[in-house]
Ligand binder design. Structure first.
Ligand SMILES: [Zn+2]
Length: 272
């Protein structure tokens, strides 16, 4: 049985770490260091502790800055809620302190890569390599890994790597194959392949949806403006070539597979 107190503690810890990930996603590689107090991005007012409570501050303030009334990015509460859910999920899957720490670190890095790719359409190598290291270590959790567990990463990354190679990184970013390498090691071959297929479907569905919305946007419909901002779309024509970040879909597919045991190949996975 899982201790309800520990579930609450895991959620709170996740939300706090999620708030840190938000700050990191806005500041990493932008020339702004991680030091110094948090400020409103609009009016520059230093934020007090009561403005920085994960999720609750955003809800209490109605999504607006207390000092200037500027709209706050919905990324803040969304990432905090996702991090809280991931922390609880990891606790359910791996309740022992050592494994919980290892896999929480892995999943928060995955969340960060997804969010950073969505925001900046690039995956920083610092985080790709960090995740790769953690994923590799996770292979040895239950003793020495077998050959297929080791090969799962490179095999699943190969198709994405070839797409990058053929297109010189324009169809598929180099960071995506590095990301998939780590996910393959974390999930194994059959679940990793399931996650990759889900990501391709999610990505295709999102692409079609955005193209449909773009038609609407040409009539300057305001409800689609936030979508353009979220996906860095040009205000004009969206074509199939528009850069849609793939890492968020890979992360979503991986989470579905890992936490809900989705596996398209469960009947043949015994062979692997
Ligand atoms: Zn402000």
């Amino acid at each position: 049985m899982h201790d309800p107190l520990l579930v609450v503690a895991a959620a709170v810890l996740g939300a706090i770490l999620g708030s840190f990930l938000n700050a990191l996603s806005f500041r990493f590689n932008t020339g702004r260091g991680m030091g110094g107090r948090s400020r409103c991005m609009c009016c520059g007012h230093t934020l007090a502790a009561k403005d920085l409570v994960p999720v609750l501050s955003y809800v209490w303030l109605g999504g607006k800055c207390r000092y200037c009334g500027a709209k706050l990015s919905p990324q803040y509460p969304l990432v905090e809620v996702c991090a809280a859910l991931l922390s609880v999920g990891v606790y359910f899957v791996s309740p022992t302190p050592g494994l919980y720490t290892l896999f929480l670190f892995a999943w928060l890095t995955i969340l960060f890569i997804g969010v950073y790719d969505l925001r900046h359409t690039i995956i920083p190598w610092t985080f790709s390599l960090t995740l790769m290291g953690v994923a590799f270590v996770s292979l040895f959790v239950g003793g020495a890994p077998d050959m297929w567990a080791l090969l799962a990463g490179p095999l699943l990354a190969l198709p994405l790597f070839l797409l990058s190679l053929v297109s010189r990184g324009t169809w598929m970013g180099w960071g995506d194959s590095a990301f998939e390498l780590s996910l393959g090691w974390l999930l194994g071959l059959s679940m990793g392949l399931t996650a990759l297929m889900l990501a391709v479907w999610f990505g295709a569905a999102a692409g079609l949806l955005l193209m449909a919305l773009q038609r609407l946007a040409q009539s300057k419909h305001s409800s689609t403006v936030w979508l353009q901002k979220a996906f860095h779309l040009p205000g004009g024509q969206l074509t199939i070539k528009s850069e849609i970040p793939f890492a968020p879909f890979l992360a979503a597919g991986a989470a579905l597979v890992y936490f809900f045991n989705v596996n398209f190949f469960s009947t043949i996975s015994l062979l692997w």
